[in-house]
Structure formats: C-alpha cells, structure tokens
Design a protein around this ligand. Structure first.
Ligand code: NAD
Ligand code: LMR
Length: 329
C-alpha cells in the first residue's frame, strides 16, 4: 500500500467543500490506489457544520480515507501536507465585483501563506480557489518565502472547462476532441478566452466556425461572465463545477498533462508573452513530473496582445490595492 497523501482543504464546510471532499476521498483526484488523509480547515463558527460533513465522510466508509483532521487553526491544518486547496473565502454575492473582496480576503491568505511557509512539506502543491483567486494566490506566495514559487497556482481550470464545453456544443463534437484552449489572465470578467490556437482533429477551430461574429458576440462574453450567470441563476456561486475543476487541475499537476494538449493554470508570470513578473496569470501550461511549465512560442496577434494586456492591467490594479498588506521584502 502507498503511503498516504495529506490533502488540506480550507473552507471545507462550504458548498465547494461539500462537492469536493467526497470525490477526493473516493479516489477521483489521486487515483483509486492512493490512501488519503484529509486536513479540513474552517473558521470556529463553522466547526459544527464541518462535524456533520465528517460524519458523512465516515458514513461513506471510503477504503482510501485513512484519517481526517478538523481544525480552525491553519498551522494544524497545514502541518506536513502535500497538497493545499485554498477554497475558504467570502464568496461574491449578487452585484459584487471580485475586487470588492480583495481586502477581506487578503488577511485570510496572508495568515494561510505564513502557516504554509511554516508547516507544509517543502514540495507542497498549493491551489488557490477562493476569489479573487489570482491575487489571493499572489498574497499566499508572498507570505511563504521559504517555499519555491512553483508550489503555487490559482484556478482558471473552470474557465478552461467552460470554454471547452461551449465549443463542443457549438460544433456538436465531444469535449475530449477539443485541444489547446487558453484562458489568459485573471479569473474574472477581464479574462481572455482565446480560441486562436484551439484545435479539433488537428484543424484550427476558428476555421470551422462559419459565423465568425459568434466568437466575439457569444463565446468570449459567455465564458467571461459564466460565474456571474451561475450566481444569478442559483443564488450562489458555482460549486460542483468548481470542485470538478479543482480535481482536474490537481490531477494534471500531479500526473502530467496529455501529450498533445495543454491546460490553463494561474501561475506566476516569468515574463513569457510580455506579461511582467509579479502577478499570477492564466497561461497555457503543461505539467511533467509534478512541475508546471508555460507553453512557449505561440504566435500572438495584436488584438490578442491588447486583450492579454487588459486582463494583466486588472491584476496589477488588484495587486496595487493590497500591496500595503504584503510583507516587506
Ligand atoms: P461558501 O461560502 O459556501 O464556503 C466558504 C467556506 O469558507 C465557509 O465554510 C467559510 O466558513 C469558510 N471560510 C471563511 N473564511 C475562512 C478562513 N479564514 N479559513 C478557513 N475557512 C474559511 O463558499 P464556496 O461556494 O465554497 O466558495 C468558496 C470560494 O471559492 C469563494 O471565494 C468563491 O468565490 C470561490 N470560487 C472560485 C472559483 C474559481 O474558479 N476560482 C469557482 C467558484 C467559486
Ligand atoms: C465562478 O467562476 O463560478 C466563480 O468564481 C464566481 C464567483 O465569483 O464566486
């Protein structure tokens, strides 16, 4: 039997938590031969709900679930962990922009970054989901200076999956055939869902779409605003699809992306595609041996460059709004 992997989930008593924990414990994320120890963090006021979730986890009698740690202390939650999924945050309510949540969440992710720095395994994989995810990931990594920068990522996989499905619906093709999608930038409405590299059966998808106006008029805004549309429809933000995207993101990071494809990950910019260092940005990425790499060498036209820069600008504004909360370097 393999040694157990310790997976921390913050905001574990929330709605994404409820859609995520059972799938992880069932083996959907790390495989059906991988024992798991869950470290579940939530605030003190949510511990009674968390206890109920733990009762249900026990009631599933998952063979892979070796132990469950529950706590409201990030240091306990992050001790010796291999994977951290940082979901816990204040969700956006109707009419709120992600930027409005910046200060409220900056404090949470500062504390958690420090706790990760102190207690997590040195090769921990950290995925930030709580919004605004890119900037929260940046705050987390800035508070964890002893961990390699490549330990950190933010979730744009839900946007990537949304884009795949819109194309699959448009072309009447299975999602699995659509490759090389990209969501550049921020997990927000400024993101740039870019179809120009996407392929199906080796053919450029743009060449298969007869009404080219559909891309600008429908595809891009639908993907950009899907989170808001779900909040309007459900009264609360996406949960099952977010949990599914978390599983996809961690699975690819741990077990490699497919040979003929890439995924979108929010990762620290390194100057690639003229996106300056110092933000967590959605890039096309491949993963090998537990490490992600930005896909290099894609041709970017001038219109795309402008869109990529606009979403970068928003990230810069978010960073400027919280920079007084970052530790001095
Ligand atoms: P929720 O309100 O149902 O649950 C949030 C949980 O976090 C609650 O149990 C709350 O008690 C907990 N929490 C709050 N502060 C905490 C802290 N300091 N430490 C630990 N736990 C804390 O919300 P949800 O629907 O599960 O969404 C969680 C976050 O994920 C939100 O910020 C939402 O906007 C975001 N989200 C991101 C994506 C994405 O693609 N990146 C998609 C969907 C939702
Ligand atoms: C989503 O994309 O569904 C969420 O990030 C929306 C939100 O603001 O919680």
């Amino acid at each position: 039997m393999k040694p157990p992997v310790r997976v921390a989930i913050t905001g574990a008593a929330g709605q994404i938590g409820y859609n995520l924990l059972f799938r992880i414990a069932a083996g959907d994320m790390l495989g059906n031969d991988q024992p798991i120890i869950l470290h579940l963090l939530d605030i003190a006021a949510a511990q009674h709900i968390l206890n109920g979730v733990v009762m249900e986890l026990h009631d599933c009698a998952f063979p892979l679930l070796m132990d469950i740690v529950t706590t409201d202390d990030p240091l306990i939650a992050f001790t010796d962990i291999d994977i951290a999924i940082l979901v816990g945050a204040r969700p956006r309510a109707k009419g709120m922009e992600r930027k409005d949540l910046l200060s409220a969440n900056a404090e949470i992710f500062s504390i958690q970054g420090k706790a990760l720095n102190q207690a997590a395994n040195r090769n921990v994989k950290v995925l930030v989901v709580g919004n605004p995810a890119n900037t929260n990931a940046y705050i987390t990594l800035k508070n964890a200076p002893d961990l390699p920068i490549k330990c950190f990522s933010a979730m744009l996989r839900l946007d990537h999956n949304r884009a795949l499905s819109q194309i699959a619906l448009k072309l009447g093709q299975p999602v699995s055939k659509i490759k090389k999608m990209i969501i550049w930038g921020n997990h927000s409405s400024t993101q740039f869902p870019d179809l120009s590299h996407a392929e199906i059966d080796g053919k450029k998808i743009l060449s298969l779409i007869e009404d080219q106006s559909w891309v600008e008029a429908y595809f891009i805004p639908t993907v950009q605003n899907r989170g808001t549309a779900i909040i309007e429809a459900r009264g609360s933000s996406s949960a099952a699809s977010a949990a599914n995207a978390i599983i996809n993101h961690i699975q690819d990071w741990c077990f490699d992306t497919k040979k003929d494809d890439w995924v979108t990950m929010g990762i620290p910019s390194d100057g690639s595609y003229d996106i300056p260092e110092g933000v967590i940005y959605g890039f096309p990425a491949t993963c090998q041996a537990g490490t992600y790499h930005i896909v290099q060498g894609l041709e970017i036209n001038n219109i795309a460059k402008l869109k990529m820069f606009a979403t970068y600008q928003e990230l810069l504004e978010e960073k400027n709004a919280i920079k007084h909360l970052l530790p001095r370097q």
